[in-house]
Design a protein around this ligand. Structure first.
Ligand code: GLY
Length: 323
């Protein structure tokens, strides 16, 4: 262990409600259990990158979150997952976009850290999974299948209504407002280790009901970014996060001298002005932890070294905070 006090912050998305996940106390227990395991990893000498991979794996394996097992289905009923890992000390990004039938997309992103080609799309991810002999895994859960079936019914009714109202014009297939994930589910982990190194990881099943080939923010620097100075992982509607270039913007503002909390406040206020639906978590090398959201809820929890905290009961709408 080095001289820095390790810090950890994780998120399980920015949904519209906690009810579908068992309520506040159940989500708090779940997130605290994972944040403690990640903290134990860095306290045991694990690097920031190792701890981020562990945290993302645990969150991907939890079916209540939209990443890995429990990912939402796309418009054609298939699950395609994306994940990214950024090693802040090396300032090196790697990721996988729209991979199928793998258990932990973050492990593909982790493998790619050491490769010449560091971001792979669907076909490349399938080839690599075969080369690495990753076991075939079906991430589908009953709940996600039921959500997709109900979305499909609503979408069909909406298309019919739209066709009747505007003959010849096709409606878009956005997720419905009453869908508990409604396009915002993602998981993310940001860690500062005992040597002062930062890493960030983000993983998602995507927006849900999106058209084939849609690319999520999670495997872009807009959704996951880290340098030696700060790291950020985002959640929310991918298109909103990309338009704000949110993770990179907060990290770069911090690198340019703005305190992390102020970088979050400025970036979130700008996003709120444009009516975005998103959230983000982050930390910096001085040990500051921060978060922000313009969504209804942000499912985040953190470990400061002497206490655990979370963002589960923040009021609806624009909120930022720090620890
Ligand atoms: N933020 C996850 C997505 O939109 O794909």
């Amino acid at each position: 262990m080095g001289t820095t006090t390790p810090k950890v912050i994780i998120h399980g998305g920015a949904g519209s409600s906690l009810q579908g996940k068992g309520g506040v106390e159940a989500v708090r227990r779940l997130l605290y259990g994972i944040v403690e395991q990640v903290y134990g990893c860095v306290m045991g000498g694990g690097t920031a990158t190792e701890a981020v991979i562990l945290g993302c794996r645990l969150l991907e394996d939890e079916p209540r979150f939209n990443a890995g097992t429990g990912s939402v289905l796309q418009s054609d009923g298939q699950i395609r997952m994306s994940a990214a890992l950024m090693d802040g000390a090396a300032q090196r990004f790697s990721g996988t976009i729209n991979g199928s039938r793998i258990k932990n997309p973050i492990e593909v992103a982790a493998f790619l850290q050491g490769q010449r080609d560091r971001v792979l799309s669907d076909v490349g991810t399938a080839e690599l999974a075969r080369e690495l002999a990753l076991p075939i895994h079906n991430p589908l859960t009953d709940l996600r299948l039921q959500e997709w079936l109900s979305d499909r019914k609503t979408d069909f009714q909406r298309r019919m209504a739209s066709t009747i109202a505007e003959f010849g014009e096709e409606a878009t297939a956005e997720p419905t407002a009453d869908d508990p994930e409604a396009g915002r589910g993602t998981i993310g982990v940001v860690v500062l280790d005992g040597e002062g190194r930062i890493a960030a990881g983000t993983s998602t099943g995507g927006k849900g009901f999106e058209r084939i080939g849609r690319v999520s923010d999670s495997a872009m620097p807009a959704g996951n970014y880290a340098t030696e100075i700060a790291g950020v992982s985002c959640t929310g509607i991918g298109e909103d996060i990309i338009d704000e270039c949110l993770a990179a913007k907060i990290v770069i503002r911090t690198g340019d001298g703005l305190p992390l909390a102020a970088a979050f406040e400025k970036s979130m206020a700008e996003a709120a002005l444009r009516d975005r639906d998103l959230g983000a978590i982050g930390l910096d090398r001085r040990g500051a932890i921060a978060w922000g959201k313009c969504s209804e809820v942000l499912l985040a929890a953190y470990h400061t070294g002497d206490r655990l905290g979370d963002t589960l009961e923040l009021p609806d709408g624009l909120q930022t905070g720090h620890a």
